[in-house]
Design a protein around this ligand. Structure first.
Ligand code: NAD
Ligand code: 6OH
Length: 486
């Protein structure tokens, strides 16, 4: 069993209270780690360390020096690749191939890409006339916001944490990170990387714990935090926004989704089935960008439902390092209870269960894990809770549609607006749809293709602000104007 400590001012430290909590494996419910729970004292020490670094060595570095250090972080993550893969697999139970090909490489890229972005930022300047005829020069500079609180979810822990820590550090801030209580290990491991590379102590700090009345809340309430960036549930975002209003702290939120996948009859059928399958079931459906509502044009509806069913029934459950398996469990028993409650609700609301709806039979100790079947429903009314709520599990409801206008209205009839994936070979229609579906991210004939320079974020209740490329600078820096009399 691992012991995971807080990481404050470059040192691994337990909580002064001695308080710890357990992390259980999603595979078999065994306790795999004991984690130090930060109290107000540890959060305060972490914020002070972050402020000290900002006012000390880190704050005095040039952009070029920071950029070199961040390249070093990316390289060191790559050197310790197997350790990150192993830690993330242990916390999430998700297959090795997803960690190796998607999530962990993205962690390294998040440092490299934002180092590149910051190297290439230009600033504006204006020459102005003055009454004495000598004139003045105005120029702007981007300065760090200060100490940034980073609060993260469990579904793609390392990728989503570094997506915030990378740009925050590139812009010259320091951070205090609160990883999810369900996925503390890669955030802890990143501390070793920071020390190995020579990132000054206090630049990167990690406090562990829960949300309410624990490290999450203590961090968001701390007056020494200048801005808060959060990925997680919309409800949690609302609580954090209240805390941030004290002291007028800025927030950046990536929140929930109930994303629509839209398939027109003219689409490349096999590509659409593959794309919707991936978008609904990757990471056992625990992806904010995932598709839980699928709309299929009527002429191909039945054929599409059958094709998706065949793929869903072909998944092979098993341990992340089992080469014969390709499908993992949910993150926890608690999350499984939530997902299974929606599986029951779907039946109560009148769904036809096309496939799944329950728990797969697992061998031996895996019976105690958080496994659920990929599930497909049809036949639900548009106001069913299963069609409206974010479930965050491996499931989708498929409904036929007859016209472009109808499917736009259906897609937009939800409080969320994170992303959509649209499948069609009609170019003009693809662009019309892109303009009309109310989301922050639209994929045409693709899904989860990510260029890290592009704006990323949600509309409606799916978020506030955009991160990615230069958009991240809007949040992680402030612009200062300097006026020089000539
Ligand atoms: P969550 O909101 O339950 O928890 C996220 C983090 O917030 C955790 O670290 C938690 O401990 C902390 N937290 C909880 N209450 C808090 C409080 N009152 N104050 C401060 N911190 C608090 O979310 P989750 O269950 O970990 O993640 C799943 C959710 O995240 C889903 O809704 C999913 O859609 C969303 N998500 C969104 C994106 C996106 O980019 N839009 C990406 C990934 C996940
Ligand atoms: C949500 O589960 C996945 C979010 C993805 C990103 O934040 C990203 O940068 O690709």
């Amino acid at each position: 069993m691992r012991k995971i400590e807080n990481f404050i001012a470059g040192e691994y430290v337990a909580a002064a209270s001695g308080q710890r909590f357990d992390k259980r494996s999603p595979l078999d419910n065994r306790v795999i780690a004991s984690i130090a729970e930060a109290g107000r004292g540890e959060v305060d020490a972490a914020v002070k360390a972050a402020r000290g670094a900002l006012n000390g060595e880190w704050g005095g570095l040039t952009t070029e020096q920071r950029v070199e250090l961040l390249y070093g972080v990316a390289n060191e993550i790559t050197r310790r690749f197997d350790d990150f893969v192993e830690a993330e697999m242990a916390d999430t139970g998700q297959p090795a191939h997803v960690q190796k090909h998607v999530f962990i490489p993205r962690g390294a890229a998040n440092f490299k890409v934002f180092a590149d972005v910051i190297k290439n930022v230009a600033s504006e300047s204006f020459q102005m006339a003055t009454p004495d005829g000598r004139g003045a020069l105005n120029y702007s500079m981007r300065v760090p916001k200060g100490v940034v609180g980073v609060i993260c979810p469990w579904n793609a822990p390392f990728m989503l944490m570094t997506w915030k820590v990378g740009p925050a550090l590139a812009c010259g801030n320091t951070v205090v990170v609160k990883p999810s209580e369900e996925s503390p290990q890669t955030a802890a491991l990143l501390g070793e990387v920071m020390n190995a590379v020579g990132i000054p102590k206090g630049v990167y700090n990690v406090v562990h714990g829960f949300g309410p009345d624990s490290a999450g809340e203590f961090l968001t309430q701390h007056p020494g935090i200048n801005a808060i960036t959060f990925t997680g549930e919309t409800r949690t975002g609302a609580a954090i926004m209240k805390a941030a209003s004290e002291g007028m702290r800025d927030v950046s939120f990536e929140l929930g989704g109930k994303n629509a996948g839209i398939v027109f009859a003219d689409a490349d059928f096999d590509a659409a089935v593959d794309g919707i399958f991936r978008s609904a079931f990757l990471n056992s459906g625990q992806v904010c960008l995932g598709t839980e509502r699928v709309y299929v044009e009527r002429p191909i509806f039945e054929r599409f439902v059958q094709a998706l069913k065949v793929k869903a029934e072909a998944v092979k459950f098993g341990r992340p390092d089992d080469h014969n398996a390709n499908y993992g469990p949910l993150i926890s028993q608690e999350h499984r209870d939530k997902v299974l409650s929606y599986y029951r609700k779907a039946v109560e609301e009148g769904a036809t269960v096309v496939t799944g709806g329950g728990v797969p039979e697992m061998p031996g100790e895996l019976t105690a894990g958080a496994w659920v079947q990929p599930t497909i429903w049809t036949g639900l009314p548009d106001n069913a809770s299963v069609v409206r709520d974010e479930i965050f599990g491996p499931c989708c409801h498929i409904r036929p549609f007859d016209s472009e206008n109808e499917v736009v209205a259906l897609a937009n009839d939800n409080v969320y607006g994170l992303s959509t994936t649209i499948w069609t070979n009609d170019l003009a229609r693809a662009h019309r749809m892109a303009a009309r579906v109310e989301v922050g991210i639209t994929w045409i004939n693709s899904w989860f293709l990510r260029d890290l320079r592009t704006p990323f974020g949600g509309s409606k209740q799916s978020g506030i602000g955009r991160e990615g490329g230069v958009h991240s600078l809007e949040f992680y820096t402030e612009t200062r104007n300097v006026c020089v009399k000539l």
